[in-house]
Structures are given as C-alpha cells and as structure tokens.
Design a protein around this ligand. Structure first.
Ligand code: BG6
Length: 500
C-alpha cells in the first residue's frame, strides 16, 4: 500500500461465517496484490481458545474456496505473516486490557475495527474500546459495521448515536458489499458517461425497471440471524435499494461521495407505494417449502429456524417514485432464497415507438439488461430487419460481457476486497451514509407494523422454483411479466406452482 502508516485491522467475530467466507479471503487477495504493507497486522479476536496456527488451519479450506487467485503456498505464507489470533471475550469489557497490551506492542498509527458480530454487540464493543482507553491516542480509529444496523428503526438510531459519538461520523464505515461490485459501480458510468443512455433515462422513454437478486442457496448455517431478518432486511432494504437509487438518481454534481449520496438519498425519500394502505397491493412475501423432488427441505425445517417461523425468504415489491422524471414508471424489485437460479440483474424496458410502421409485425420491446452476477455485463435487445427481401423484423442483441475475459476476472477485485482496501485508505465513497440507512429502516418499520397487524400474507413456494405465483400476479396486474436472466419472459401462470 502507498499509505506509510502502520495499520492494524481488528476483526471482532473472527470465528464467524462472514470472516471465514468473505473477510479472510479478501485479505488473502489484498496480500496477493501487494496491497498490505509489510508490517500490516490482521488481529482476529475470538472467544475460542485457538492459537494463531490452529485458527489459520481452520480458515484454510475457506481460503482455498474463497480466494480469486490460484491458491499457492507462497502467497499463503505471505498472507499468514500478517495474521494474529487473540483469545478474548469481546462481550466482557474487563478483557479489553488484553487488546490494549497487544496494541501497545504493535504501535500502529491507524486502527480499523470490523464488527463482524450481531448488532446488539456494536455499542458494547465500541464502549469497551473507549473505556479501556484504546481510542484515547491520537492515531486514527475507524470502525466498519455490517448490516443489519439494528433490529428496527429505534435500535438502529440508538446504535448510530453511540457509534458516531464514540468514533465520529467520518470514521464510521457502513458496509454494503453490493457497492463494491464492479457492475453496480458501472451503473453510474453507463448512465452518465454515455449520451445515448443519459438522454433516454426518464419516464418518456422508460416503461419499467426490474431489479432481481435471486439465490439458489437456502439459509445455510445462518438460521438464527436470518430468521430475525428475513429477505426484506437481508437483501431488499440495503442491497436492492442501493441499486434502485443508482438507477433512478439524478446526475450528482461530482463523483464525490457526498454528492452521490445526496442524490441517492433523494431517490429513497421519493419512494412511494409502501405506506400501510398501499402495501397490501404492492408487496408479496413468500417462504420456501420442501421441493417436490425432496432435494430441498422447507425453510422451517432448516437448522436453527423456528418450526412455526413466519419469516419471509422471498419478497417482491412494486414501487414508484415521487419524482417528475419518473412519474408513472414502475420499479419492480424481488429477491429470494432457494429459487431456481442465482442471478442479480437489472432490466430496463423501453417504451414502444409512437409510430406504427411496424405494428403489424409486433416488434419486441427494447430491453437493456445490466448483469451484476454471475456474469458481469450489459446486454441490449432490439429489433432489426431480417436479411433478405421484405421488411420482416427479428429480435437481435448486442452483448458486452465484462467477466467473460479471464484477464478481467483477475483484475477485478472482489467486493469485500475492494471495500476493505478503500476503508484502509480512508475513502468512504463506496460506503453507506446514515441517512440512507435511516430512510430504508423507515420503510422496514411500516412493513413490519403492517405484518404485525396481519395485513400481509405469507405465500409458500416450493424450493427450486421461481417464487410464489403471487409475485407474478403482482406484475400481471400491470400486464407485465418478470424478465429472466436470459431475457425471456416468465409465462403467465407458473404451472409448477401450487395455487397458494
Ligand atoms: C448478504 C446476505 O448481504 O448478501 C446474504 O446477508 C446473501 O443472505 C448475500 O446471500 C448475497 O451476496 P452475493 O454477493 O452473493 O450476491
């Protein structure tokens, strides 16, 4: 790293899923790319009584699976040199003297603390660091937190107050790893670096927007967390609303974080359709049941999930924006676990032309597809003349596949890798502001209140399918259909669905 200060990066919750799956591989990648200074220290705090060697041994299979470069012994040895495991109960303020001693021997000039723990520990860890005098010195202290930033609007506000009091707003980095994804960053480039797109990005030209993040995985071993959160909090409120705000925001004054966030917040504040009165019409929630072939078990049979759980594993929404630029344009959003396909993408449907020169030939609607994963790219479907005599038309496409090229894959940092790197360099452009978080909690709160009043039904869907029929009916009401990742339209009635 170009940064000359000695950095120590402390992970609280270092024996958890997030650390093994995402954070350690990201640090391996950073080490591989020479982004970590020789004297950089990765301090992994955990209650389990491991030595550093034992900890690394446990982490090894995760690293082998998660790193994006070929795993080599040489690169692993270089990475290992940075890691120290510290046995400590982070929920006991008395034990922070252990950390303090470690820090005194390390003598870093920049500290980062990653709270890879449940939100109820955020304030405790922050206060314990402060009370142990660890934050007293003049070195930099930044804290990185992951969603959920609380369990409801009120707790989120309280946590935020404490964190900003202790660290200062400028030092609180709220991570949304979707912002680290290459194609999500590309949305702004696509929109604002191309006159062709910028000039048609409004209600006069756009007919609808669909944002989908469908997953094939179930809740895996994250039952206790997921059963509290559900699909809305886990995916929609943060990742998908981030995408929505990037798709719909006005051009920011500059590429500075402050200017971009201001425009994103404006979009979030303009969301309509999620009031208590509207929600029964605009929101569909679902939960997966066992697949017909018994390959997948029901959500309520998953480990550490309540047998009578009413948590949604699928959510589909129809929102609009109170913005003259977007009047009448529907934004359809959906996400779910144990669906047929893993795909995150945005589809922009363009309005048909007013002239009817080709009406008899029923031209297809022009579609722009932004592929976020598994492939990264941009795909445009339009109409062209069929070669030969006559004026028959056919659907054709132009395809830019960013990730098809192997070199691109090697050059593109994985989301966590990029975000950790940026946090260490003090660049918070790709992190979320409190106002963004607070605005989305307000919607979550309305939905949760409506659910508690029994206003929202939970629709079952068999694991491995495309979600509940009700999600398709949500679009059918508007004479539209969900568009899948291959750009074909879902059929009207999904025959393989139960009539829920
Ligand atoms: C996380 C959610 O934030 O994002 C997970 O907690 C979800 O439930 C994951 O699986 C999806 O991330 P990605 O990068 O695989 O799309």
């Amino acid at each position: 790293m170009s940064d000359q200060q000695r950095t120590v990066f402390t992970i609280f919750g270092s024996t958890g899923d997030l650390t093994y799956r995402k954070l350690l591989p990201a640090f391996y990648n950073l080490s591989h790319r020479n982004r970590l200074a020789e004297d950089f220290v990765l301090l992994c705090v955990g209650r389990k009584n491991y030595t550093t060697e034992q900890y690394l041994e446990i982490a090894l299979p995760w690293l082998k699976k998660g790193v994006r470069f070929n795993f080599t012994q040489e690169a692993y040895d270089a990475f290992k040199k940075h890691v120290r495991y510290v046995v400590m109960d982070m929920s006991d303020p008395g034990q922070y003297v252990i950390l303090k001693k470690d820090y005194e021997t390390i003598q870093a000039s920049l500290h980062l603390y990653y709270l890879a723990v449940a939100p109820e520990y955020f304030e405790k860890v922050a206060r314990s660091l402060r009370d142990a005098g660890i934050l007293d010195d003049a070195t930099g202290h930044r804290v990185i937190v992951e969603k959920p930033f609380g369990k409801d609007l009120q707790s989120a506000r309280e946590i935020n107050r404490t964190m900003t009091e202790i660290f200062g707003e400028a030092n609180v980095y709220r991570i949304d790893h979707y912002l680290g994804k290459e194609m999500i960053q590309n949305i702004m480039t696509l929109r604002f670096a191309n006159g062709m797109f910028e000039s048609v990005w409004d209600k006069d030209h756009i007919d609808f927007v669909q944002i989908s993040a469908t997953e094939t995985v179930g809740v895996e071993n994250r039952g206790p967390y997921y059963d509290q959160a559900g699909a809305l909090q886990d995916m929609v409120q943060n990742h998908l609303f981030q995408i929505l705000s990037l798709i719909a925001m006005e051009a920011p004054k500059s590429l500075d974080a402050k200017d971009i966030r201001e425009k994103q917040i404006q979009v979030l504040r303009n969301i309509e359709g999620l009031s208590k009165e509207e929600i029964t019409q605009s929101l569909v929630l679902g939960q997966y049941v066992a697949s017909r072939d018994h390959k997948w078990i029901a959500y309520t049979d998953e480990e550490k999930v309540a047998k009578d759980s009413l948590t949604e594993t699928f959510a589909a929404l129809h929102v609009t924006l109170k913005d003259p630029n977007w009047t009448g344009v529907p934004f359809y959003i959906r996400s779910g676990k144990r669906l047929r396909q893993r795909a995150t993408y945005v589809v922009i449907g363009f309005k048909r032309q007013h002239n009817d020169l080709f009406a008899a030939q029923n031209p297809s609607q022009d579609l722009l597809l932004i592929k976020i994963q598994p492939e990264e790219g941009i795909y445009f479907r339009f109409n062209a003349k069929k070669p030969g005599y006559g004026s028959e038309i056919s659907r054709v496409s132009m395809d830019f596949c960013q990730s098809c090229n192997f070199d691109n894959r090697i050059n593109t940092p994985e989301a966590y890798e990029r975000l950790l790197d940026e946090a260490m360099s003090g660049d918070d452009t790709l992190f979320t502001s409190w106002q963004q978080v607070e605005t989305t909690w307000q919607f979550a709160q309305v939905i949760s209140d409506a659910r508690n009043e029994g206003l929202i039904k939970l629709h079952p869907y068999p694991a491995g399918t495309d979600g509940p029929q009700a999600a398709h009916d949500l679009l059918m009401k508007d004479h539209r259909r969900w568009i899948d990742y291959e750009l074909s339209e879902y059929s009207e009635t999904l025959q393989h669905y139960p009539n829920d």
